[in-house]
Every structure is written in C-alpha cells, then in structure tokens.
Design a protein around this ligand. Structure first.
Ligand code: GP9
Length: 410
C-alpha cells in the first residue's frame, strides 16, 4: 500500500508546476456540502422556470466541473464528507466516521491548520449523528457547530431551513473573527423525503405534483435560493472577494423511478444515463472576482477535492496520504466508484455483481450524446486498477496504516 501512495504522490507533485498553483494562497475557503443534491437539476427547467436559477448564475462565474461524481456507499452523507475532506474511499460496508473515527487520516482541516487556518464545521443537527463529534475531533477541527449552536427560527424537515442555517453560519464565522478560515457547512433541508412546508414550494411542477421527484425538485429550488442568499450575505459582510466558495452535492436522492425523470426531461433515460444520473453531483469553485470562470470537462470525484484546495492554496501534498489528484491538474486519474465501476472520461464501466469485467458493461463515452456499449476489453485495465485502489484504501483504513507510513518517512 505504501508504494501505491508513493506513485500517487508523484502524480500529485505535478500540480506544483502547473497554472493556478498557490494563486489563492491565504484565502478563506468556504465549502458547502449540499444534502442529496444531484447534478440533473442544474440548468433544468420545470413549468417554464429554472429549478436552480442562483446556482446556474453562480456556475457561470465559477470553475465548473460537469463530470464530477460522488463516491459514496452505505455511509451516505458521512462518506461524502470523508471522501471529500480526507481524500480516501469510503468502506464497502458501514461508515468510516462510525467504524474508524479514531484512526489517523490526512484530512483538509488538519492540513490547513498546520499552515495557520482556523478550521470549523457547521451542521444544524445532532452532533452525535454519524459519530461526527468524535470524527471531527479527530479531524482536528477547531470547532464543530451543531444544532445546539443554532436558533431554530425557520424549522424545515429534520431541523433548520438552509437560508437561516447559512445566515447563522456566517454569523458564527464573523464572531470568531479569524482569518484565514476553512469552513465546512453541511446543509440538511433537502433530505429525503424532501417534503417542504407548503409555502416554501414555489415551483409549478405540473405532472410531478404529488410525486417524490416533484417534492425533490421543490427542495432543490429551496436550497438554490438559500445559496443565493448566502452569496448576498458574503458580499454584504465583505467576505466575497477574499473567499473561495466550493459547492458540491453529497450523494444521490434514492429516487429510482425512471418514469418520473422521463416526465421531467421529456425524453427517455438510457441505461448509461441512469448510472451517471445517480452518480453525478454538481461541483464548482467560485474564485474571487469570478477569476478563471469556465468549464473543466475532466472526469473528477469527491476524493479529488482536498488536493484541489491544496493546489489553489499552494500547499504541497506529496508528503501526505491522499488518494485524489487536483482537479485543476493535467495529471491523469480515473474516477473510481465504490461498486468497482470507474470512468476516465473516455470509457465508463458499470460492474455487475462483484465487478468482474466480463460480467460488467463497458461504455464508450468519448462523444457526448453518442455513448455506446463497447468491448469489455476497453475497460479491463481500468477495472483492475479500480479494484486495486479500493483494496488499498480499505487496507489503509482497516489497519490504520497512515501512522506507520509516516513513521517510515521520518
Ligand atoms: C444528518 C445528515 C443526513 O446529520 O447529515 O445524513 P444522510 O441520512 O443523508 O446520510
């Protein structure tokens, strides 16, 4: 496993000579992890209205990754947090947050604290859910703001509505008065089963009225307006110009009734589109002054987020144990899914059963809109390498190997 990381660290080193390395050194970083927020709502309209007008506008001013995938498994929201913050794969069963909260990892908050950042995490729910109290302590956050730190002035679903959640989060950051800061904010209003108070259901959803996808679309629209208010708030507080804002969806919405999606899109959903629909979540980085706005087509995943943050801030990762690679680097790397599937942007592998290549389906996805099944040999090497990545990650987590690797490095 150590030699696997030595190779990965070589790949990560490439970013140090690439554009944008260190260009945002010392800037604040605000990360929004949005509950069950999938990519298909971006740019999509219903009843003549955009589902996500604020995000659509913000994406136009940001570095946008349309081929970003979540990499979660049974640990759902906690898996998204782990893959994103600690740049390793979640486990095949259970949640790392619950099963291995005492292990050593190289997660974003501890790396950033080592260069002087104030690191906080904000989530308006019970601190013991997903064992966050213990895991966040281990991840070295300076403070975890839980439901106890929020006033429930706009109750929605499990807890507080996202607009108030963001407002109070910015207040908390202001009260700390620390700079630079790294803040992770985890939303909740769009949690399954997505039922919003009647007055918050603003879209005319026609045929989808009374369906779970209809409720989901309303919830996504609600989150979108919360993000719009967040941006306005950051501007008002004078934080917008010195803060990098990152936004991503944590996992899919568990709605697999394809006839509902077909109603929404007004066209059939193919098999490859079903798999991609479930795995794609939005991801964008807003940089101060709308710099570098544009679309990056590279296939990337949650595990690549922490290396990307380090790329922008100019913090080397070749002495760290991270499995991802900066999304802004030209270094090639596949996106590996927990089920053994993967994509490199040219082929896309959907395993069946245990992920043995001969049983799975290999798609040629190099031409957008003209995806076709192709010979499984085109995915064979990638599927082998995906299996290897997953087993390295599992071994490192299950045997807490990072301290041993670091001992060796000394
Ligand atoms: C609760 C929230 C939901 O704190 O993060 O987690 P999920 O049920 O989506 O995994």
């Amino acid at each position: 496993a150590k030699s696997w990381f030595t190779d990965r660290q070589q790949l990560q080193k490439q970013m140090e000579t690439e554009p944008m390395y260190g260009e945002y050194k010392g800037k604040n970083v605000l990360v929004v992890q949005a509950e069950a927020f999938q990519q298909f709502v971006i740019g999509q309209s219903i009843g003549g209205e955009e589902i996500t007008p604020n995000l659509n506008e913000l994406i136009g001013q940001s570095v946008y990754f349309p081929n970003f995938y979540h990499q979660t498994a049974q640990g759902r929201t906690s898996d998204a947090d782990f893959a994103t913050s600690c740049s390793m794969h979640p486990l095949p069963t259970g949640s790392v947050f619950i099963r291995f909260a005492g292990n050593e990892f190289d997660c974003a908050p501890s790396i950033l604290k080592s260069v002087g950042y104030d690191a906080t995490v904000h989530h308006a729910y019970d601190g013991s859910f997903w064992n966050r109290n213990n895991m966040y302590h281990n991840m070295n956050y300076d403070q975890f703001y839980t439901i106890k730190d929020y006033t429930i002035d706009e109750p929605v679903g499990w807890s507080l509505g996202d607009p108030s959640f963001f407002r109070q989060t910015i207040e908390q950051l202001k009260d700390r008065g620390k700079s630079p800061f790294y803040a992770m904010s985890i939303t909740l209003s769009s949690h399954h089963p997505f039922k919003l108070p009647y007055n918050d259901q603003e879209l005319k959803i026609g045929d989808l009225q009374g369906t779970i996808l209809g409720d989901y679309v309303q919830a996504a629209h609600y989150v979108d307006s919360a993000v719009g208010e967040l941006v306005a708030d950051l501007k008002e507080e004078g934080l917008w110009d010195n803060t990098i804002l990152m936004f991503y969806g944590d996992h899919d919405n568990s709605v697999y009734d394809w006839s509902l999606y077909e109603k929404l899109f007004g066209k059939p959903v193919s098999d490859i589109d079903k798999d991609r629909l479930v795995r794609k979540v939005p991801f964008f980085i807003h940089l101060p002054n709308d710099e570098h706005a544009g679309v990056v087509d590279k296939a990337v995943g949650q595990m690549d987020t922490t290396p990307t943050i380090m790329h922008l801030l100019g913090i080397p990762t070749d002495n760290r144990y991270l499995m991802g690679v900066s999304m802004l680097s030209a270094a090639p790397k596949d996106v590996v899914f927990r089920n053994g599937g993967f994509t490199d942007g040219k082929v896309y592998f959907v395993p069946s059963g245990d992920g043995i290549v001969s049983n799975g389906t290999c798609y040629d996805v190099s031409e957008v809109g003209a995806e076709t099944k192709t010979d499984s040999s085109a995915c064979a090497a990638g599927a082998e390498s995906a299996k290897k990545d997953l087993s390295v990650s599992d071994r490192v987590i299950e045997h807490n190997l990072i301290p041993t690797f670091k001992e060796d490095d000394r």
